[in-house]
Write a protein that binds this ligand. Structure first.
Ligand SMILES: *[C@@H]1O[C@H](CO)[C@@H](O)[C@H](O)[C@H]1NC(C)=O
Ligand SMILES: *[C@@H]1O[C@H](CO)[C@@H](O)[C@H](O)[C@H]1NC(C)=O
Ligand SMILES: *[C@@H]1O[C@H](CO)[C@@H](O)[C@H](O)[C@H]1NC(C)=O
Ligand SMILES: *[C@@H]1O[C@H](CO)[C@@H](O)[C@H](O)[C@H]1NC(C)=O
Length: 355
């Protein structure tokens, strides 16, 4: 009897809580998440607002650095909410009067090329995680984004690939050793998460970097192998990821009432590389669209590039970025996957748990 009522009670609870909808996502990061922020930033040279970007899903370039949707787009669809617009587009629409108020489904602040360090690729005009934080902070402090919405929303953070990649550029003059460099990155990430929590965020997902040492663009680095991933780079990535997971674990005790999860994107991509056929990939090493060795010399769409027949059979769409198919599989893993890919909670559980 007790057991029965317990079962009844828990199923009632899960019925009720599955009606709890996360209405919005606020996203911060780099090109993995950029939905067109750089496109609306005419000062910025990191762009994907030209053919053939977007060709598979949107059928036109949107500023996203892939052939279709990104992870944030897929998660939005799983939640049943509209895709978020880039912050700069929202600001321009407010400024020219086509929009009266800020969106209720969240905003995407991610800027391609940016890093967790404020200076990373600043010469390209990118908006660092610190710049993105300031944009959000101003909206929150001016009540342009409702406090209740902030409490109900998902906050997504993914940044660091560009800092690590740039560390290996021949003309980068970082004086820090790899461990100290990773620590500096983690300090920035922690500062970012602290600020977001202090602004009222309650449901946070911190995503690991993928194996950046495997991107086709590594062929431009003097010491990187072309027949396998760049081990030294992946070692730094793993150290950073370990720190991110610790950070995620520390959030709930530091900010009671918050829930934070860690999405192990690195692990998911490793699974793709270990069992390509199982995941529908015919190529997990080279870019579908690009130039030269592994399609890694320059960005897709520039100069005399080649493009593969079936982009979604490739892990990589271009020299840095996964294909839409990769993003779709990553999104499914983050949404409903087990603790080996996202922990302690997957995004689906988080969406039922959040207030
Ligand atoms: C572009 O640069 C100009 C001059 O440096 C600056 O005033 C403006 O705010 C910048 N725009 C963006 C979107 O960053
Ligand atoms: C307002 O700005 C948006 C974003 O830049 C643009 O798409 C739209 O065409 C503009 N509308 C008018 C009436 O200027
Ligand atoms: C980041 O750099 C910009 C200049 O590009 C500067 O205005 C801003 O104060 C810096 N932010 C932090 C947190 O250092
Ligand atoms: C994968 O694609 C890259 C570039 O498009 C090419 O150089 C490489 O040979 C391909 N690998 C396989 C196993 O087909």
């Amino acid at each position: 009897m007790f057991l029965l009522s317990l079962i009844f009670f828990t199923s009632l609870v899960s019925l009720v809580s599955s009606n709890t909808i996360v209405p919005a996502i606020f996203t911060f990061g780099d090109s993995i998440f950029d939905a067109g922020t750089n496109h609306f930033n005419k000062n910025c040279s990191a762009q994907a607002d030209f053919q053939p970007y977007g060709q598979t899903f949107f059928h036109h370039p949107t500023g996203r650095f892939t052939n279709g949707r990104t992870v944030v787009d897929f998660i939005s669809q799983f939640l049943g909410i509209d895709l978020q617009k880039p912050y700069l587009q929202v600001e321009m629409e407010i400024a020219n009067g086509t929009r009266k108020s800020y969106p209720l489904n969240g905003i995407n602040f991610a800027s391609a090329g940016s890093g967790v360090m404020n200076g990373t690729n600043k010469d390209m005009g990118v908006l660092s995680i610190q710049d993105q934080l300031k944009q959000f902070k101003d909206l929150a402090n001016q009540n342009k984004v409702d406090k209740k919405l902030i409490q109900q929303a998902f906050f997504f953070f993914e940044s660091g690939s560009n800092d690590v990649f740039n560390y290996f550029l021949p003309f980068d003059t970082s004086k820090l050793d790899p461990d100290a460099f990773v620590q500096t990155m983690l300090t920035e990430a922690e500062h970012f998460i602290d600020q977001i929590c202090q602004l009222g965020a309650l449901t946070i997902a911190i995503f690991s970097l993928g194996p950046v040492g495997c991107v086709p663009a590594r062929v431009n680095l003097p010491l990187a192998p072309t027949d396998k991933c760049y081990g030294k780079m992946n070692k730094m990535v793993k150290a950073y990821n370990t720190g991110l997971e610790k950070l995620a674990k520390s959030v709930p005790s530091k900010y009671p009432g918050t829930i934070a999860t860690y999405g192990d994107v690195y692990k998911v991509v490793q699974l793709f590389k270990a069992m390509p056929k199982h995941y529908g990939f015919s190529n997990t090493t080279g870019a579908c669209c690009g130039v030269g060795t592994l399609g890694g010399f320059v960005q897709c769409g520039i100069g005399e590039y080649t493009i593969c027949k079936n982009p979604n059979e490739y892990l990589f769409w271009d020299y840095f970025h996964p294909s839409e198919h990769s993003y779709k599989l990553i999104s499914k893993a983050l949404w409903a996957g087990k603790t080996r890919v996202i922990r302690p909670l997957n995004l689906k559980s988080m969406s039922n748990t959040s207030v």
